[in-house]
Design a protein around this ligand. Structure first.
Ligand SMILES: [Zn+2]
Length: 629
């Protein structure tokens, strides 16, 4: 069973790839018709992930991944093909139809296909039900009181979709069954637990917060204990991992915060649902929280992408502030300090932009807002200190700095921390500060730091999966060949007719020659104009050997130099084609010339070769006259 082909086409054509990708990656302009950002599929510091909206393709020059809008959704959300199509269809408000292999309409509901859409729908219905219960049900009074006591009024509860799961444990299930959801749906969604007497509402008798993904779909809930007779002791319960909820990846509040995160290039990480609410209501719109788990490596990747964290945009003034800022509102307690210390072992680029905001009396943002008002929450965030500083000072607090032995031990412990700061420009500064905190000579601390730091590793080698040797980017001929292919794939309507005169011999780099062959087999420029951007690339990819497919995508997506306007682009494309033709004809000339030199004027074929040589030289002259650059 599969989704109807025309539905797949509709979804592919109408989904705006820049918007879909933009929900996960902050994209910036990268030349004509091209956008770039940090790749969501490998860890990188500078963007090599490109999107070309006009042709609906993306490609990462770092890890080689690439494809269309459907494959992007598949990869980023870990969905299979039909699930990804469904997800995109629901963004468009478009209903997809399933058919079996004979093309007969089929009912999707029974198979795994369509599951994602159903689980999301179940969550949407449940969230609405819970919210209504909180507003009106008598046994929800405890929930309403909880919110009021923490300074959240009815508007706030509605804005965040807070709800109440009735104590009976039956009501929500009845409601969902009434909407056609099966027992399997309820279990697969994580909404229901299975007990001895059948299913029950996992969150019964609790205050619930809907947890949304970046796109705004509710994918799970967080639930707080309200009643003393709650059978489950844990103060907070979360949806278990399901097909649509991965606790290592969800961030509470990310749907509300994502725009502000991209705009301000800042994210504030808080501990709980009420802290996220308090921050947003206080005007700190970049606040998010991890749900039932520590803020981990996956979360780091997600927020970095949303910030568009990117070294190439920095001022380069050597300060600790590069790219965006991540601000943790750690408690001043042991757990917070451990988390700060642990951060040294994680991505240092991230650490260098990481700040810690600790309220003087250890209050969290929710308490702070309640007792001191919105202003105090904004001040908390404004008063952040660099994580390096926080971590080193937290470490120093373990030692008795009044005793000489304590100071020496503290230096022995903290010098490696300073040495681990990968940004070498920051090390002397921290060595100086450490000396101040320890009350020791800067020289001595500097020596300890230097001797603690040995062995930096560089980036690993790059490889190219095409099966062809990777072209040398410095080779000018390879660059021209690449440029011509980019133009052929991206701007066929602007490429001059000369290009059709080029045959296989014109391309020297084997991989490029293979792409050129696919372009010719697909019908060349004439076919490109007839097929339109989507069809043209499809056709070239079909003609290309499988190993060259990724290179075709790469060339179709990689940015052209920023020359705006059709006229400038036509000039650019024409020059490249003329250059390539010139290189080609020059090769022919040297072959002909050596042939003429080997022959004598009265040999057979001399006159013919000589005439050919003259014609080729004339041709080269006229090509050279037309090249402007
Ligand atoms: Zn990548």
């Amino acid at each position: 069973m599969r989704i109807r082909r025309e539905d797949v086409e509709h979804v592919r054509e109408h989904s705006r790839i820049d918007e879909v990708v933009g929900e996960h990656v902050a994209l910036r302009s990268a030349g004509v018709g091209s956008l770039k950002g940090l790749c969501p599929f490998h860890d990188e510091k500078t963007p090599s992930f490109h999107v070309r909206p006009q042709v609906g393709l993306w490609h990462c020059f770092g890890c080689g991944e690439g494809g269309d809008v459907i494959s992007f959704v598949q990869k980023v959300d870990h969905l299979d093909f039909p699930e990804a199509v469904e997800r995109l269809a629901s963004r468009l408000g478009y209903q997809v139809h399933f058919e079996d292999d004979d093309g007969r309409a089929a009912n999707a509901r029974r198979d795994g296909i369509g599951q994602r859409q159903r689980l999301v729908e179940a969550h949407r219905v449940a969230a609405q039900f819970y919210a209504e219960q909180l507003a009106s049900a008598p046994d929800a009074l405890a929930g309403r009181t909880f919110l009021t006591e923490r300074g959240f009024d009815r508007d706030a509860a509605e804005h965040f979709g807070v709800g109440f799961a009735p104590r009976s444990g039956e009501a929500m299930l009845r409601h969902l069954r009434g909407r056609g959801f099966t027992e399997d749906d309820l279990v697969a969604s994580g909404l229901a637990g299975r007990g001895q007497r059948g299913l029950y509402d996992r969150f019964r008798g609790r205050l619930v917060w809907p947890i949304r993904d970046v796109a705004g779909d509710v994918v799970g809930f967080g639930a707080r204990r309200l009643f003393d007779d709650d059978r489950i002791e844990a103060k907070y319960l979360n949806t278990p991992d399901t097909a649509i909820y991965k606790k290592s990846q969800v961030l509470y509040g990310v749907d509300l915060a994502k725009r502000a995160i991209a705009r301000d290039r800042q994210v504030v990480v808080v501990e709980g649902y009420t802290d996220v609410m308090a921050c947003h209501l206080s005007g700190v719109e970049t606040a998010v929280a991890s749900c039932g788990t520590a803020f981990g490596a996956d979360h780091v990747r997600i927020v970095r992408r949303l910030m568009g964290d990117d070294r190439s945009l920095t001022s380069g003034q050597g300060g600790p502030q590069i790219g965006g800022q991540v601000i943790f509102t750690f408690d001043g307690d042991q757990a917070g300090q451990r988390a700060a210390l642990k951060a040294f072992e994680e991505d240092q680029r991230f650490v260098a932009q990481t700040y810690v905001a600790v309220a003087a009396d250890g209050m969290d943002p929710c308490e702070l807002r309640q007792q001191r008002g919105d202003e105090a929450v904004r001040e908390l965030v404004a008063g952040r200190e660099p994580l390096f500083e926080f971590a080193i000072r937290s470490a120093l607090a373990q030692f008795d700095l009044d005793a000489a032995e304590g100071r020496v031990a503290a230096l022995r412990f903290t010098a490696p921390m300073v040495a681990k700061i990968r940004d070498t420009a920051l090390r002397p500064e921290y060595a100086r500060r450490l000396a101040g905190w320890l009350g020791m000579e800067v020289e001595a601390v500097g020596r300890a730091v230097r001797s603690a730091g040995r062995g930096d590793r560089g980036p690993g080698p790059r490889h190219d999966g095409s099966g062809f040797p990777a072209p040398d980017p410095r080779d000018p001929v390879a660059r021209v060949e690449r440029g011509v292919l980019q133009c052929l794939l991206q701007l066929p309507h602007l490429v001059p007719a000369e290009v059709d005169a080029l045959d296989e011999s014109a391309f020297e780099v084997p991989a490029y020659r293979a792409v050129h062959l696919a372009v010719r087999s697909a019908g060349g420029v004439a076919a490109a104009l007839r097929l339109g951007p989507h069809g043209w690339l499809e056709a070239v990819r079909e003609e290309a050997p499988a190993t060259v497919g990724p290179l075709v995508t790469e060339l179709a997506v990689s940015p052209l130099p920023t020359v705006a306007g059709d006229e400038a682009l036509t000039r650019y494309a024409t020059d490249l084609v003329l250059r390539l033709a010139e290189v080609d004809v020059s090769r022919a000339i040297s072959t002909l010339r050596s042939r003429v030199q080997r022959l004598r004027p009265d040999d057979a074929g001399y006159g013919e070769a000589f005439a050919e040589l003259i014609a080729a030289e004339n041709r080269r002259r006229s090509l050279r006259e037309r090249i402007t650059g």
